[in-house]
Design a protein around this ligand. Structure first.
Ligand SMILES: Cc1cc2nc3c(=O)[nH]c(=O)nc-3n(C[C@H](O)[C@H](O)[C@H](O)COP(=O)(O)OP(=O)(O)OC[C@H]3O[C@@H](n4cnc5c(N)ncnc54)[C@H](O)[C@@H]3O)c2cc1C
Length: 229
């Protein structure tokens, strides 16, 4: 069922990734990690819910502009606050289990951060009991890092949460290279206990990560995927 909604704000996060704040006309409940479909001028695309603000009953999407992409060009070039759209959802099973038994590894690149942002937001709010949580976030340069202050703040407010940003095209005082080296280091150094891996982003990164983890002996059931395309 499609629900009417308003695009209530557009916030530039980086040059190519913006936050789109959406206010549904009726009450909207979702599980952190889920996504919505949005429909504008009969064009339908899926986007992970990147955070929820209960005070204003709105959620945020974190969207990257793709050259030649129909929806993203519309959103970045024509859309404005106050526009109407339709949404369907929440959808998807990329969520935490009722009981978290082992460590969690969130692995993402670019806007693949979105579902993890709403999952992390929910952990202190819902007082979720958990073991260690790692977020490995890959992007190209320092200017492309998404929601860095928020992730740094979660390192302080969420017990046993470690944020590992990794840059593939710029040297800095943090980690460099690709996300793969980071989770493989954790696996090979035996620091993980009964881990479940959550992978989110574009197909190539996910395919490679899934293969690497299977090669390390992890069962498919312990590797959850959200593939953007
Ligand atoms: C479950 C799920 C959750 C998602 N969550 C997010 C999210 O949180 N954030 C996010 O940014 N994305 C997310 N996506 C991806 C999103 O749904 C869209 O696929 C993405 O925004 C591209 O849509 P588009 O209409 O702009 O591109 P499309 O028009 O669908 O084009 C897709 C690709 O084809 C290329 N292309 C299109 N037309 C041409 C052409 N004429 N010549 C050459 N190349 C062309 C585009 O450059 C682009 O790379 C998610 C996808 C799924 C399935």
């Amino acid at each position: 069922m499609w629900i009417k909604a308003t695009l209530s704000n557009i916030i530039k996060e980086t040059d190519l990734t913006w936050k789109f704040v959406i206010k549904p006309e009726s009450k909207f409940a979702f599980k952190p990690g889920q996504f919505v479909q949005i429909k504008i001028n009969d064009l339908v695309r899926s986007y992970s819910i990147a955070s929820y603000n209960s005070a204003i009953e709105s959620f945020e999407l974190l969207i990257v502009k793709l050259d030649g992409g129909k929806m993203t060009e519309h959103l970045f070039e024509n859309a404005k606050a106050g526009d109407e759209l339709e949404i369907k959802g929440p959808l998807g099973k990329f969520i935490l289990p009722e009981e978290i038994e082992g460590d969690l590894l969130f692995i993402c690149t670019g806007t693949g951060l979105a579902p993890f942002r709403s999952i992390l937001q929910s952990i202190p709010l819902q007082n979720t009991s958990h073991k260690k949580i790692y977020l490995i976030f890959g992007t190209r340069t320092k200017n492309d890092i998404l929601c860095q202050d928020e992730m740094n703040a979660y390192e302080k407010s969420i017990k046993d949460f470690k944020y590992i940003p990794v840059l593939s095209r710029e040297k800095w005082d943090g980690e460099t290279g690709y996300v793969h080296d980071q989770y493989l280091n954790l696996v090979k150094n035996n620091v993980l206990e009964n881990p479940t891996f959550y992978l989110c982003g574009w197909r190539d990164m996910i395919k490679e990560a899934r293969l690497n983890l299977k090669e390390q002996g992890f069962d498919s059931k312990k590797i959850k995927l959200e593939i953007y395309g």
